[in-house]
Design a protein around this ligand. Structure first.
Ligand code: PMP
Length: 284
């Protein structure tokens, strides 16, 4: 299996970057994770658009052209015979002697890509997952998809140690911002779909955005607004979205059942619809 590192396809176990890379020392970089289903990339364009935005927000140059990145993604998928899984891509500001400020003489940003094979995601929602709430201790630019993920790492680990699949992060008003690596949704007792509005408080998820389009086409009522932990616990249904987890029903919050504790009809339906959408992706 191969990785791509700054212009080369190298054996994954031998792939390495410089110790003075600013990504390594300062988390000065951004990333994207794009899902692959049956050899097809899911939502490639919006992912690359978001990468472009993250880079611009941090004033990091594109390491290669957008077209070249598209080529590298496909070449790595081909070399690794990736059918189902994820493509990870990361751009860091580059190699420079450690100093917080940007390098004064421009350096070339570092580009790294890896792939990860996963099992073929099925439309069947299974029995759902549990989430655990905890304070959102991240910074005020959660809209940037940066590799600075320590609060997310700690949240995910705390969730796992509590037997939960995901952490739901709470702002100082007791509202859920998002998960450690997913967006959060509920279905209220009135049948209203709710997910938090996008601003600098959360990552604007690509899966969230595609599911919004799906909801519209199904004429489901979707409201983008803050919702509290209390409201989520009283909701009829809950679920999470991400490139990795697609649409995954949440059946327990802090050990308390959501609704009857079973996967709800809306989450079930939306997962099926999202799987169908992912299959209509672009052929490699
Ligand atoms: N929020 C956070 C904090 C994430 O890390 C992710 C995963 N990239 C998401 C939401 C979901 O985004 P997407 O649907 O683009 O994978």
């Amino acid at each position: 299996r191969y990785a791509y590192v700054n212009g080369r396809y190298v054996e994954h176990r031998e792939a390495s970057v410089h110790i003075e890379d600013r990504g390594y020392q300062l988390a000065d970089g951004v990333y994207e994770v794009v899902g692959v289903r049956d050899g097809k990339l899911i939502d490639e364009k919006p992912h690359i658009d978001r990468l472009d935005r993250s880079l611009k927000e941090l004033r990091i140059d594109w390491p290669v052209s957008r077209n070249t990145l598209g080529f590298i993604i496909r070449e790595l998928m081909r070399k690794n015979r990736l059918r189902d899984g994820l493509v990870y891509m990361q751009v860091t500001r580059g190699v420079s002697r450690r100093d917080h400020g940007f390098p004064t003489t421009p350096v070339k940003p570092a580009l790294v890509l890896t792939t990860k094979a996963t099992k073929h995601i099925v439309a069947d929602a299974g029995s759902g997952v549990a989430v655990k709430s905890m304070p959102d201790i991240r910074w005020e630019r959660c809209d940037i998809k940066t590799v600075a993920l320590l609060p997310n790492v700690l949240a995910k680990q705390a969730a796992r140690e509590a037997g939960a699949y995901e952490a739901w992060l709470l702002d100082d008003k007791g509202c859920i911002t998002e998960g450690a690596s997913t967006n959060a949704w509920i279905v209220t007792q009135d049948g209203e779909l709710v997910t938090r509005q996008t601003d600098n408080g959360i990552l604007s998820g690509i899966t969230r955005s595609s599911l919004k389009t799906i909801c519209n086409s199904l004429q489901l009522k979707l409201v983008e607004r803050p919702f509290s932990l209390e409201e989520a616990k009283k909701a009829k249904e809950a679920f999470i979205t991400s490139a990795t987890s697609f649409v995954t029903p949440v059946v327990k919050i802090d050990g308390e059942k959501v609704g009857d504790g079973k996967v709800g009809a809306t989450a079930r339906r939306l997962r099926e619809e999202y799987v169908r959408f992912s299959e209509a992706g672009e052929a490699v």
